[in-house]
Design a protein around this ligand. Structure first.
Ligand SMILES: *[C@@H]1O[C@H](CO)[C@@H](O)[C@H](O)[C@H]1NC(C)=O
Ligand SMILES: *[C@@H]1O[C@H](CO)[C@@H](O)[C@H](O)[C@H]1NC(C)=O
Ligand SMILES: *[C@@H]1O[C@H](CO)[C@@H](O)[C@H](O)[C@H]1NC(C)=O
Ligand SMILES: *[C@@H]1O[C@H](CO)[C@@H](O)[C@H](O)[C@H]1NC(C)=O
Ligand SMILES: *[C@@H]1O[C@H](CO)[C@@H](O)[C@H](O)[C@H]1NC(C)=O
Ligand SMILES: *[C@@H]1O[C@H](CO)[C@@H](O)[C@H](O)[C@H]1NC(C)=O
Length: 416
């Protein structure tokens, strides 16, 4: 294997981190350390660009805050949900905690009872959801709320690094590099040279065996809020005939279900269909009495493909803008959340409304409504650490003897 490159990855960025990371004892407290970079830096907006694609990111949460690509008329549109003013993300963490655009970790999605066992030893991490019943996205202070350090930045790429020294009671130290890059270069994977965002989340367990499952938590709206929701937008999950069934609070109940056997086939996106087509048949799927998708779909590759090979797992598009998105991933599952929890209490970006008006239309939706967006989290089988019979533990637990845990995804934009 590529041992040399693992070492390079482990050491990469350490000099910069050494200056920015508080000492081990103070890093466990939430108070910012005096040695940490000044607070303005955590919300500084960094831009990366290539022809026809521009991304903006901030260190707080290693977060994507804006991504612009051309629509079918050649007008530039922002297709990710969030805030114009980066400081709003801090307020969001303190109130709604939407995870807009962030990297989530150390372990994405839910951990049943905040408990897991590694090599016979049981660990307990803080349960930050449902009044202490389970852990969501890494606990009370997940990676989405951490101040990552910029360890590399060029015109078209940026890397954020985070040294997690037992944060939230997870075992041992983990270093993660989150690299975002944009490109329109033609390649075998991108023969038309379409605008493409690539994300690489590379994590190394440095001292102890620990669960690691990272994910991007980007909220998409391909209609650029020209419509009041995304129900008319099209989604396809070509490889997802199965999904992980959950209980009334979305904890996996141990059953892997077929998309066409449950909820009257509403989970069947193997052929393209609008997000709204069957959404009324999903009652209970996103929790007791809840309509909408908040579901971990399995990405079943053809047997000729390696289990961690890059493959297109999600296709989506909007008729209103003509913007299409193809997501390829090396992960074994994809969580799709259709923003059932939004209710119009959060405003859309003013920059978005302005763009819609400049393009000769009305402002579009000025609030993020129910079903006003969707999240794509490429990741492994959720709560695999508590369901060892699924065989996912080797993909989700890593120690100092193991290579990096890599979540690699490409987001390719075109027009229909
Ligand atoms: C990140 O930085 C902000 C602003 O300086 C601060 O309020 C917040 O507590 C920091 N987060 C953590 C986890 O230290
Ligand atoms: C960039 O987008 C414009 C407008 O859609 C298009 O005409 C042009 O061909 C694109 N450039 C590249 C390199 O694809
Ligand atoms: C969510 O954010 C909005 C906008 O900042 C705010 O008005 C609302 O009170 C927040 N919700 C909660 C539950 O705090
Ligand atoms: C749930 O976690 C608690 C610790 O908070 C532990 O005592 C209990 O055994 C756990 N229950 C299960 C079913 O794992
Ligand atoms: C889990 O939920 C699915 C879908 O609702 C259901 O078909 C299955 O029987 C449940 N499994 C268990 C063990 O409760
Ligand atoms: C909208 O959702 C927020 C956050 O969950 C909640 O505080 C607020 O009461 C809700 N508003 C309405 C009108 O339901």
């Amino acid at each position: 294997m590529h041992f040399k490159s693992y070492v390079t990855a482990a050491l990469y960025g350490l000099p910069a981190l050494a200056q920015a990371v508080p000492s081990p004892s103070s890093s466990r407290a939430s108070a910012p350390s005096p040695s940490a970079a000044s607070s303005n830096d955590h919300f500084k907006s960094y831009t990366i660009k290539a022809e026809n694609i521009t991304a903006k990111l901030i260190p707080y949460g290693a977060r994507l805050t804006s991504l612009t690509v051309p629509d079918r008329d050649g007008n530039v549109q922002d297709v990710v949900v969030g805030y114009d003013d980066p400081i709003e993300y801090l307020h969001d963490s303190e109130t709604n905690r939407t995870f807009f655009g962030a990297v989530v970790g150390r372990y994405a999605n839910r951990i049943k009872n905040g408990t897991f066992t590694v090599d016979g030893k049981t660990y307990h991490v803080p349960e930050n959801e449902h009044d202490g019943v389970d852990t969501l996205h890494g606990g009370f202070i997940g990676y989405d709320m951490r101040n990552w350090t910029v360890t590399a930045h060029s015109e078209s790429a940026i890397t954020f690094s985070l040294l997690d020294q037992g944060f939230e009671n997870f075992p041992g130290d983990v270093i993660t590099h989150a690299t975002y890059s944009v490109s329109t270069e033609t390649s075998p994977e991108n023969p038309k040279g379409l605008p493409q965002l690539t994300t690489k989340l590379v994590a190394l367990a440095l001292t102890e065996k620990t669960p690691i499952m990272l994910a991007n938590h980007i909220y998409w709206n391909l209609n650029a809020f020209k419509d009041s929701n995304v129900l008319k937008d099209t989604l396809q999950l070509p490889l997802s005939k199965r999904y992980i069934a959950g209980d009334s609070i979305l904890i996996p109940n141990g059953t892997i279900s077929d998309v066409d056997d449950t909820y009257s086939g509403s989970l069947d996106f193997t052929s393209p269909k609008t997000i709204g087509k069957d959404i009324e048949k999903t009652t209970g799927l996103c929790g007791a009495g809840c309509n909408g998708y908040d579901t971990c779909f399995l990405v079943d590759r053809p047997t000729s493909n390696a289990p961690d090979s890059m493959i297109t797992a999600v296709r989506a598009s909007s008729d209103s803008t003509g913007i299409s998105l193809d997501v390829a991933t090396n992960q074994a599952a994809v969580q799709i959340y259709t923003c059932s929890g939004q209710n119009g209490s959060i405003a859309t970006k003013k920059s978005q409304a302005r763009r819609n008006e400049e393009n000769g239309g009305d402002a579009g939706a000025t609030t993020i409504n129910k079903y006003g967006c969707f999240v794509i989290e490429t990741e492994d089988w959720i709560d695999g650490i508590n369901n060892p019979e699924w065989g996912r533990v080797p993909y989700q637990v890593a120690g100092p003897d193991d290579g990096p845990v890599v979540n690699w995804a490409t987001y390719q934009f075109g027009t229909i």
